[in-house]
Design a protein around this ligand. Structure first.
Ligand SMILES: Nc1ncnc2c1ncn2[C@@H]1O[C@H](COP(=O)(O)OS(=O)(=O)O)[C@@H](OP(=O)(O)O)[C@H]1O
Ligand SMILES: Nc1ncnc2c1ncn2[C@@H]1O[C@H](COP(=O)(O)OP(=O)(O)O)[C@@H](O)[C@H]1O
Length: 629
């Protein structure tokens, strides 16, 4: 009997294990148990863990999508509200009663792994059989869906076999789970013979299965290098998580074998976790969100690189669990740079603020960081170059068999460049990284078929792309002023994150263009992946433009700066051209709100004049170094 859905009851989504148990309780497969925490459950296995505030109350149990499944009373008794309608192989999920009426008089074979050719040969002599695929959380060595697929494939090899799927979960007590399994199988067989397969002496290999079964097993257990993978960097602010994560992503992208999704702490907080604070609860929510997204990426065989602080061991463990249950591998990198070094770097000035009490709950100062005990690799970046520290991660990854991005055979690898001139921050990397004595090697550059706006790329000439919002005011002003400053030494283009095609330049700011470029024709262009790819350097008006581009074109992040950030970064460097861009990509000063050139469009002549003057000053300082060899 189905009870009507009650809108007034509090709802609760049970864990995957509890959902499996619920299905079997409602189907009668766990008889004599009819409820969670049933006194007739001698092993107290089938339990329901309700949140404190719901205990002792009637509650509606819902599936992860909110479909009400059952009502559980204060005494634990259950009333079915609806049955799960979908899910792979749902048609094979029969209740014991349905199975009995559909398949009387057959032999029952409990199955919890793909069946080998030998095992199937034994079953050939059993006549009509039901292969009872026990697919619950934590039981099969294959994923639940793959177990059913493998069992269906195996049934086709037999003369007369059908498949019934039962989500019999494991509860963490091997002996009690074995008793429960026997009981469930007996309930299904209902007096018909049960033929368990004998235990295996050795683990089968792919050649031990019939071809169709082997194919299912192969797909479900990909080689480590083909598995979904989550690289999770954890450590204090300023420890080097983002730097190492980015450098690693570069390696992956250079290889071109895999795509990669970046879930950087700062970027996630501006998007997925916008509005969250740094309280313990909000940090946990933040990390769980990252974990959820990363696990979904891993589920589809992708690679996610996460770099939040993630200070709590329990939440990191939850992420590991999410990723592993999605079939992915979880590789934890502890960037263990001590707080003293992070504070000395203080790239964002946050430690100083935290010391002054201006930032409450700052990790490492006034909020805890629980160092992992389960890291796959631990890297202290103090006094080491980025490449050197990265090598620890790369080596450990290669040894794990999960990902090999070693580059000894890769001629395009750029060795660390000279660091004679560090950016103006006191925590300049020159202080922590050894100075390489050799001259920087030339960058190997991919051949590009198309160049922006049809302009042919001159021999070795660098292309600088300017970006603002609509490509009618700040970025065209940058493009034309840049041409006036350095002439043909560099190639320039501009675009906008929300630009339309073919709009002309704002006449108000155009008034302030240098004379030699006044009255040039201009038409706006929306940004495209090709435009970003074709540029050697991308300079934006505001941080938001740089973020916009970096999030959509993560492989280009090294060459994307705000104009003011670029100019500040390269001041004092004696490098030039491509080497300068490469160096700045590694050692940029952090972008700050003060770097933004705010939009003067339609805000009057005076604002336009201020913006024009600032852009001109920045270009005069930031472009000439690019023309050096
Ligand atoms: N109170 C406090 N504690 C720690 N960090 C703070 C805080 N307030 C702001 N920030 C800045 O936020 C970045 C850390 O965000 P995360 O999302 O990685 O933190 S957490 O994992 O949720 O704990 C961190 O960036 P990273 O330096 O990249 O780690 C800081 O710049
Ligand atoms: N060996 C190294 N590995 C990583 N970062 C380093 C290293 N040496 C110096 N640094 C500097 O330390 C800072 C680390 O900042 P960041 O990567 O943003 O840290 P986090 O993401 O952990 O906050 C950067 O300025 C980086 O250039």
């Amino acid at each position: 009997m189905m009870a009507p859905v009650s809108p007034t009851l509090p709802q609760h989504c049970p864990s995957p294990r509890e959902l499996d148990d619920l299905e079997l309780l409602l189907s009668g497969a766990l008889a004599p148990r009819t409820r969670f925490d049933d006194p007739r459950d001698p092993d107290a296995l089938v339990t329901l863990d309700l949140p404190e505030e719901l205990r002792g109350r009637a509650v509606e149990l819902v599936d992860p999508e909110g479909l009400p499944l059952a009502r559980v009373e204060a005494d634990g008794s259950l009333t079915s509200l609806s049955h799960a309608q979908y899910g792979p192989f749902r048609r094979l999920h029969l209740t014991p009663a349905q199975a009995r009426s559909s398949y009387p008089g057959r032999s029952w074979i409990p199955v919890d792994d793909a069946l080998t050719t030998d095992e199937l040969n034994r079953l050939r002599h059993r006549g009509a059989v039901v292969l009872l695929a026990l697919t619950g959380v934590g039981t099969p060595r294959l994923s639940p869906v793959a177990l059913v697929r493998a069992t269906v494939a195996a049934a086709k090899v037999l003369p007369d076999a059908v498949v019934v799927a039962v989500p019999l979960a494991a509860h963490g007590d091997a002996a009690a789970d074995a008793r429960l399994r026997e009981r469930v199988v007996t309930t299904y067989a209902n007096g018909d013979p049960v033929w368990p397969l004998p235990p295996r002496a050795v683990e089968p290999t792919l050649t031990d299965f019939p071809a169709e079964v082997a194919e299912v097993v192969r797909q479900d257990r990909p080689a480590p290098a083909d598995q979904g993978l989550v690289l999770f960097f954890t450590g204090l602010s300023g420890s080097g998580k983002s730097t190492l994560a980015r450098a690693l992503m570069d390696r992956v992208l250079e290889q071109g074998r895999r795509t990669v999704t970046s879930l950087d702490g700062d970027v996630v907080r501006r998007n997925l976790s916008a509005g969250l604070t740094f309280s313990k609860a909000d940090r946990e929510t933040n990390i769980r969100r990252i974990g959820w997204v990363a696990a979904e990426i891993a589920r589809h065989g992708g690679l996610a690189v996460c770099s939040p602080i993630a200070p709590f061991a329990q939440t990191r463990a939850e992420v590991r669990e999410m990723v592993e249950s999605a079939g992915g591998a979880f590789f934890l990198v502890h960037v263990a740079t001590p707080v003293e070094e992070c504070e000395r770097r203080d790239r964002k000035g946050l430690y100083a603020k935290a010391r002054r009490g201006e930032i409450p709950e700052f990790t490492g100062i006034s909020s805890p960081y629980e160092a992992p005990t389960d890291a796959s690799v631990v890297v202290d970046t103090t006094g080491r170059s980025i490449e050197d520290a990265l090598d620890d991660v790369v080596q450990a990854l290669a040894e794990s068999g999960l990902l090999d991005v070693r580059t000894s055979d890769n001629p395009s690898r750029v060795e660390p460049v000279r660091m004679a001139a560090a950016p103006s921050t006191p925590a300049a990397p020159a202080a922590t990284a050894p100075v390489a004595t050799e001259a920087p090697s030339a960058l190997a550059r991919p051949q590009r078929a198309a160049s922006h706006r049809g302009g042919s790329r001159g021999a070795g000439r660098l292309t600088v792309l300017f970006v603002c919002t609509a490509n009618v005011c700040r970025s065209p002003f940058m493009e034309m002023t840049a041409q006036s400053i350095v002439g043909n030494a560099l190639e320039f283009a501009s675009t906008g994150t929300e630009a339309k095609q073919g709009r002309s330049m704002d006449p108000v700011i155009a008034e302030f263009l240098p004379e030699d470029v006044q009255n040039r024709r201009f038409a706006s262009h929306p940004v495209t992946a090709e435009v970003i790819e074709a540029a050697d350097l991308v300079l934006t008006a505001e941080t938001s433009h740089a973020d916009f581009l970096t999030e959509r074109h993560p492989q280009a992040f090294r060459k994307i700066f705000t104009l003011a950030q670029w100019t500040e970064t390269v001041q004092g460097s004696d490098l030039g051209g491509r080497h300068l861009i490469e160096w700045a990509g590694q050692y940029r000063v952090p972008s700050t709100p003060e770097h933004d050139i705010s939009d003067p469009y339609r805000r009057g002549r005076e604002r336009a004049q201020v913006a024009a003057a600032r852009i001109t000053t920045l270009l005069q300082a930031g472009l000439p170094p690019l023309t050096r060899d």
